[in-house]
Design a protein around this ligand. Structure first.
Ligand code: AMP
Length: 550
């Protein structure tokens, strides 16, 4: 498939308002693609370049992209930025710039979809000194060969936001339809191998191939997530439940085969280098090949330390030893996904936990089982007294559902009314906040789109404002007056007093009195609250009029 053809499909998809029609179109394209094209196409239409489990990252910031485009159309970075500001969309602006140039250039080499992917691989592989130059050269080559429409989607792909509304759910349904297999099998395979591109190849082979997929070592599995809720509700719905402390640290996934082990963060990044103590403690605690799921916390004088101490270690790439002396990390393991060649994610939690108890000698998170609300409340009070964030209340018969924020795991903490939201814009501050961004625009996710729900300015300390500005300024895509558009990469946890239905935002909701709680450095944009979950919270709150809590 030519990249031009791909771009035309994107253009068509962008114009289709309805989900079903999109699925129709995509499912009609997939069977005609070669085995090489299929996984690339599937990832690309979702605005992703590499498999979700892969540590490969393009590492193209807006500036590099602008420089590449500027070179190709014979102008300066500022002129490109100006065009983007005027139009308000990177893809459209690049398209226009290339269209102006096209009248003067004669030679364009046709680009193939798979070749574009290979070039992206080269960009991702460029590392160390000179890597920016190398990335720039490849990006220039790509834009040099791009027709205007291709430029629109090339630039959006480089920023990994295609804006055609093709999320994982739609892609999954299209794959099932294209190859005549059950959606639940596609979903099952996706959860295990974490790459819809490869899942499409398996779907082509048939239902057996999808059914047989195994979780693999050193290919991180998306982490199962929790919804906010209450003890009484969860026991009311399920009777006996498993209760664990909710540790305020950082999530990790530990993979081990023989003497070899790797640790992945919640964003599925390989963080092994920074965490030799965790690697050592867990390797020593089992003789089996395993994938373990847990939370690492920082300890000082026998009490848990705040989350910030842990995240520093997860970010750390160098000088681990001196850092380690200051902050000791302790792993608490609460789940097992793989054991000696067997995939365990489809077993009920009760059974996984039994295996965990058998194969891990230490560092297992304590678990209490009860169907009695009063007893559960006592465990919750103990958890808080011990310095933990709260408790997790888990359904004993539930499978491990990678990447799903369901009610199988419910988190109960004193302040449950917070949301993790993507930062998609900012506004220059005034007065004391001049020179930095004074407020940030926040969004929920919905099928690959990010939809704003409010702006946060309260609760950010002056130091934090500067820190956030340093992080955000690299991602500025466009500016109009005092407002800037940011390439989504930061995630804020915010509190609020109420969710209101609102016509002012495309999401249909607005947060009342949002306040900044913290920067979620452990979370990527794909982990932010979904529109569905937000509607659900809105519904629950408006029904009960309650404020949550335990
Ligand atoms: P939140 O990040 O607020 O959505 O809460 C879910 C997170 O709590 C998980 O991703 C883990 O990082 C963390 N966590 C702490 N203790 C546990 C536990 N016992 N079971 C599961 N997750 C836990």
């Amino acid at each position: 498939m030519l990249f031009m053809e791909f771009s035309r499909y994107c253009e068509r998809l962008e114009k289709i308002p309805g989900r079903l029609e999109m699925i129709d179109l995509v499912s009609s394209i997939l069977p005609g693609l070669s085995d090489e094209e299929l996984p690339v196409f599937v990832r690309f239409i979702m605005g992703r370049v590499f498999p979700d489990w892969s540590p490969q990252k393009l590492g193209i910031g807006p500036n590099l992209l602008y420089d590449a485009v500027a070179y190709v159309v014979g102008t300066r970075r500022e002129a490109v930025r100006g065009e983007i500001n005027a139009i308000g969309d990177v893809g459209m602006a690049v398209e226009k710039l290339l269209a102006n140039k096209e009248q003067t250039s004669f030679f364009i080499q046709e680009m193939d979809l798979v070749e574009v992917y290979r070039d992206f691989e080269r960009i991702a592989e460029a590392e160390g000194r000179g890597s920016q130059r190398e990335k720039l050269l490849v990006a220039r080559k790509l834009f040099g060969n791009a027709r205007p429409l291709e430029g629109r989607y090339l630039s959006r792909l480089m920023l990994e936001e295609l804006r055609i509304g093709m999320g994982e759910g739609n892609a999954r349904d299209a794959i099932a339809r294209a190859f005549g297999v059950d959606v639940s099998l596609v979903e099952h395979a996706h959860q295990a191998i974490n790459d819809l591109g490869e899942v499409a190849l398996l779907a082509r082979q048939g239902p057996e191939a999808l059914r047989d997929v195994k979780v693999e070592l050193f290919r991180p599995v998306k982490m199962m997530l929790a919804q906010a809720g209450t003890i009484a509700e969860q026991i009311g719905d399920h009777g006996e439940v498993a209760i664990e402390y909710k540790y305020d640290g950082s999530r990790f996934q530990f993979h081990k085969r023989g003497d070899l082990c790797r640790i992945y963060s919640r964003k599925l990044e390989d963080v092994t280098v920074g965490l030799p103590d965790i690697a050592r403690q867990l390797s020593a605690a089992t003789d089996h090949d395993v994938i373990l799921d847990g939370e690492a916390i920082a300890m000082a004088n026998g009490r848990p330390m705040p989350f910030q101490y842990v995240i520093r270690r997860f970010r750390r790439k160098h000088k681990v030893d001196s850092m380690m002396e200051k902050i000791e990390l302790v792993p608490w393991v609460f789940d097992i996904l793989y054991l000696d060649g067997a995939t365990l994610i489809d077993l009920p939690f009760r059974e996984r936990r039994r295996r965990l108890d058998e194969v891990l000698r230490e560092h297992i998170a304590p678990q209490f089982r009860t169907g009695d609300v009063a007893e559960a409340e006592r465990i919750y009070a103990d958890a808080l007294n011990l310095g933990h964030e709260g408790v997790m209340v888990k359904v004993l018969d539930s499978r491990y559902m990678p990447g799903i924020r369901g009610r199988q795991w419910v988190k109960v903490k004193p302040d449950v009314e917070t949301l993790d939201l993507a930062v998609v814009g900012a506004e220059w501050g005034e007065g004391r906040r001049a020179g930095v961004f004074g407020s940030y625009l926040l969004a929920v996710q919905d099928q690959g789109r990010l939809l704003p729900v409010g702006k946060v300015a309260t609760g950010i300390s002056d130091e934090m404002l500067v820190e956030l500005y340093q992080l955000a300024k690299e991602s500025v895509i466009a500016q109009s007056g005092k407002e800037v558009t940011l390439e989504p990469s930061l995630v804020f946890e915010v509190g609020y007093s109420e969710i209101q239905a609102s016509p002012n935002y495309e999401s249909g909701y607005a947060l009342r009195f949002p306040r900044f709680v913290r920067l979620r450095e452990d979370k990527g944009v794909e982990g932010v609250e979904t529109l569905d979950a937000l509607s659900e919270r809105y519904r629950r709150r408006s029904q009960s009029g309650a404020t949550g809590g335990a």
